[in-house]
Design a protein around this ligand. Structure first.
Ligand code: PHB
Length: 395
């Protein structure tokens, strides 16, 4: 009767009906399945599927269902697909996106709709900083979190001048701002910076010529997806690494791109929240299971998908499978903490950003394979609030 009453009320109000005990739990997935970041969306999805197999795809009799939409790395497309998932498919929660610009476009809608959005990649600082929301939880990283430690680290290693090069959108600018701040605070100089367009740049030669002429100690770069592969090959062919160290945000030589990059990736130094060579039982178990299923190495994107799905399952176990009380669902996510393939992980309730270890690695030739070898680790890296005031209902 209460359910019927709720249903009638919901129909009158045009709101989604409250979920019954046996109803599936619907997760709307907004990821790029086409465009420059298509491979990243695929890896995150594969990671989520493995986690549901490992940690359970049914909670309190409710099966977890994924409804996938392609955001194409286009902000307006990401927002439209998000609205479709909420209004038409009436999803219980959302997972996505990959790109910071798409995340920026989705933020206000998700905030006002009060539907939990678990971000499995996009690092846009604002989402867990100035524009934080009780409904936006990030399991991946912030752009600042990955990069801000590297300015001091590179200075300590003897580098005194950097040239910055990154894709021209929110993520590229935020990552370069983070390393610029910490490198100049340590006493280093930024001798140049360029931001090639994200989707259109295929030829990096004009940028490489400028970097060569500027003669910095190192370049610090951010590229991912197709552009990372093209950039790594072109730097190698240009012979630039002999004169200028190649450093940057670690996605440049992700295991997802390494098969295409091959030996051209050797010599890169980067920072990242996961590399496959992490020496732990949790990581070995994950890699064994993933490689057995997919015949390829699990990447940081796979791990972010895997940990996202695990967080969701464990939070649902706390709520007894209930999804109608969204605040209770988010509160449950704050209670979850575990050691996954990347190490210990929990969500900071002050910002809703993940607290995690950051690894510094070198991409080396190890026997016949090219691998990311860990050379340093920054433990439990936690973002400052960065202007976040977590109040329900703030616009
Ligand atoms: C982002 O847009 O936030 C982004 C995209 C790809 C990455 C990292 C960050 O590899």
């Amino acid at each position: 009767m209460r359910i019927l009453f709720g249903l009638a009320l919901a129909l009158i109000a045009g709101l989604p009906a409250p979920a019954g005990a046996g109803d599936p739990i619907r997760i709307g997935v907004v990821l790029p399945f086409s465009g420059v970041y298509a491979a990243l969306g695929g890896d995150i999805t594969d990671g989520m599927m493995l986690a549901f197999e490992t940690f359970g795809d049914t909670v309190a009799g409710r099966r977890i269902e994924l409804i996938r939409e392609d955001s194409e790395v286009k902000p307006s497309v990401g927002l439209t697909k998000t609205k479709k998932l909420v209004y038409q498919d009436q999803v219980d929660l959302l997972v996505g996106p990959v790109a910071s610009n798409v995340a920026g476009a989705m933020r206000d809608f998700v905030h006002n709709a009060e539907i939990p959005l678990i971000v499995p990649n996009a690092g846009n600082n604002l989402l867990t900083g100035e524009r934080c929301s009780p409904w936006v939880i990030r399991t991946s990283f912030s752009n600042d979190q990955i990069n801000r430690g590297m300015g001091g680290w590179l200075f300590d290693k003897g580098y005194r001048s950097l040239y910055l090069l990154a894709a021209d959108y929110a993520a590229g600018h935020q990552m370069m701002a983070a390393v610029k701040r910490s490198f100049t605070a340590a006493g280093g100089a930024i001798v140049g910076e360029e931001y090639p367009p994200l989707r259109e740049t295929k030829d990096f030669a004009p940028y490489l010529a400028k970097i060569k002429a500027a003669k910095p100690d190192a370049m610090y770069v951010f590229f991912a997806g197709g552009p990372a592969i093209q950039f790594v090959k072109q730097v190698h062919d240009f012979g630039l690494k002999k004169e200028i160290a190649l450093t940057g945000a670690g996605w440049l030589t992700s295991p997802l791109f390494l098969p295409a990059e091959g030996a051209a990736a050797v010599g890169f130094t980067g920072a990242l929240n996961y590399v496959p060579s992490i020496d732990s039982d949790e990581n070995r178990q994950f890699q064994n299971a993933f490689q057995e299923k997919h015949g390829r190495v699990g990447s940081e994107f796979t791990v972010q998908g895997y940990d996202t799905a695990r967080l969701i399952v464990e939070a649902l176990e706390i709520t007894g499978g209930a999804t109608d009380d969204k605040a209770a669902l988010v509160a449950a996510m704050h209670q979850v903490s575990f050691t996954g393939p990347r190490g210990p992980l929990r969500i900071d309730p002050a910002t809703n950003n993940v607290i995690q270890d950051i690894y510094v690695f070198e991409t080396r030739q190890v026997g016949y394979a090219v691998k990311q070898v860990v050379i340093d680790k920054m433990e439990a890296v936690q973002d400052p609030p960065n202007g976040c005031r977590m109040e329900v209902g703030r616009g």
